[in-house]
Design a protein around this ligand. Structure first.
Ligand code: AKB
Length: 318
């Protein structure tokens, strides 16, 4: 990975992935792209940035050529709840963007990463210890996009020899950038509201278990997978990943260790609850561990401490 292009650079994952890649490979070697322009004081502006609508294939190819890209990390996508509100737009953006990025990878011989999700599973998938290879019949548009995306990536690997790699991300928890439009977003909002309001109303019901992971572990996993020996990657599209399986009461209990008066209430959103109910409670990550050494560092307690401290600090320097 010498010249990396990242799409969706201003998104929840992209924001931190750009910074980490620049620290590892050099500021000038990581081209950040997004449909929106970053704020002038954004860390994204510390290296090359270009506007890119991922559905514009000519512009994407032009940037790959001009920047002499050898690795594409395609992060631009709509998340599950937003996709469910506008399924046609989700199909056009999620699938159109992915096809363009895969075509760029085929044409210019790029190494390729794009994330799949626990959203690629559905109600008929085994809910507990969900295997790497199992039934994938999702019932959300986002899930349909993710399954199609996994298959497309595998197709480009088998048919054209493109070095595609992917992971099924769980909900990702970060204090740097809040997510937008995901089903797992409650697990981020709860920390911000705990610090700012001392209470939180969850749109996901009590006892709804979903897999989650701290963003640092997610970014490390992307780098580790991309640097791994390709010969060992049997399940390259896409690996189950998780750092913890949690439900709202567990997060509240962890927060109460630091904020004893924290209060959790519920006002369940039917759309997001239906999606959450269709996803696994916890997935089996043994293939990622065995094939490329996936090893998340953060559990709920450690993550809670870091999240609360970071948000407190952020608010103080504002
Ligand atoms: C979402 O909730 O849509 C995402 C995901 C699990 O893919 N965070």
């Amino acid at each position: 990975m010498k010249k990396i292009m990242i799409t969706g650079a201003l998104g929840q994952i992209g924001t931190e992935l750009v910074v980490k890649c620049r620290a590892l490979y050099g500021n000038e070697n990581v081209l950040a792209t997004d449909i929106r322009k970053p704020e002038l004081d954004s860390p994204i502006m510390e290296g090359p940035f270009e506007i890119l609508d991922v559905t514009d294939r000519d512009r994407m190819f032009e940037l790959v050529e001009t920047f002499k890209v050898d690795t594409m990390m395609h992060m631009a996508a709509l998340l599950s709840a937003t996709a469910e509100k506008n399924p046609l737009f989700a199909w056009d953006l999620n699938m159109g963007g992915l096809m363009n990025a895969l075509e760029a990878a085929r044409t210019y011989n790029l190494k390729f990463f794009t994330p799949s999700s626990i959203g690629a599973f559905g109600p008929s998938t085994p809910k507990v210890n969900t295997p790497q290879v199992t039934i994938q019949r999702p019932t959300s548009m986002y899930g349909v996009n993710k399954v199609a995306g996994e298959l497309l990536c595998q197709y480009y690997f088998d048919k054209f020899g493109v070095d595609t790699r992917s992971v099924r991300f769980p909900g990702l928890i970060s204090h740097v950038k809040e997510p937008g439009g995901g089903t797992t977003d409650y697990a981020v909002e709860i920390y911000f509201e705990a610090v700012r309001e001392g209470k939180y109303t969850s749109f996901i019901a009590e006892n709804t278990f979903m897999d989650m992971m701290f963003m640092d572990d997610a970014i490390d996993a992307i780098i580790k997978l991309m640097e791994a020996d390709g010969v060992k990657l049997i399940n390259r599209n896409a690996y189950n990943l998780s750092g913890m399986s949690i439900e709202p009461e567990m997060v509240a209990a962890a927060i109460k260790e630091f904020y004893p008066n924290f209060e959790l209430a519920y006002d369940v959103d039917p759309t997001r609850q239906t999606i959450a109910d269709s996803w696994p409670d916890n997935i089996d990550v043994s293939c990622a561990r065995a094939e490329w050494g996936f090893e998340p560092k953060y559990d709920l307690t450690e993550m809670t401490k870091v999240m609360l401290e970071a948000i407190e600090h952020k608010d103080k320097v504002k």
